[in-house]
Design a protein. Sequence first.
Length: 255
Amino acid sequence: MLAFAAGCSQQDAPKTAAPAAGKQSTGADATGRTHVIIGVDAKSVPLTFWDEKTKLLSGYDADLAREAFKRANLEYEFKSIVWADKEKELKNKKIDVVWSGLTITDERAKDYAFSVPYYKNRQAILVRIDSPFQTKEDLRGKVIGEHKGSPSGPFIQSLSPAKHEEFLELPDLFAAVMSGKIDAAVTDGVFIDYYAIHTPKTFRVLNDHVPERGFAVGVDPANKELLTQINKALSDMEADGTAQAIYKKWFSEKK
């Protein structure tokens, strides 16, 4: 069974090299901060999660973020947030960036300036291995859950569920499937695939899914300089093979 971290310290602050002399870190202009605060969901295995052994944020997105901010020569800090509150946190200047499996959607484009996509994602469906459900159509009129703050809602509503449950944390969503509290979970495929692999003979992932959309970094739309720096770092990492190396560290299949 996969053990999810029970919690995360509010701040995991691995600092990069200090910015060039006389230059303030991007993101400080509107807030007075001298470093960038990266908002993450610290229970999102395998993207961003608290590692009890190292006492640091771990995961695919965490590694990408560290490398990108190192290349941009920016000081940064990870901050654990409630995923459903990410837009509010960004709007209120509590964070400068969301980097934790943020799917690109038209609705979210109202709140974020998106970086270049760095991961192909889909919304997937998880059921118990002994479940009779084989396709999404079998879930019509059933109890379906999602990770609150994910873009799964419209798809779930299209199935006319008997009940649409929202869970603040991914471990609770998956536990609800396991216990039978809900018939299925719908959320980002990267989480469902990882959880299903690491809990053998417990769950199935249905072949039906919502078409792919990419993950991107979400930046305050007013902070164009920071967005440019992140995009350059991501593009350079893709070009020199660093992005692929980080991907292979966390996933088996080729990007």
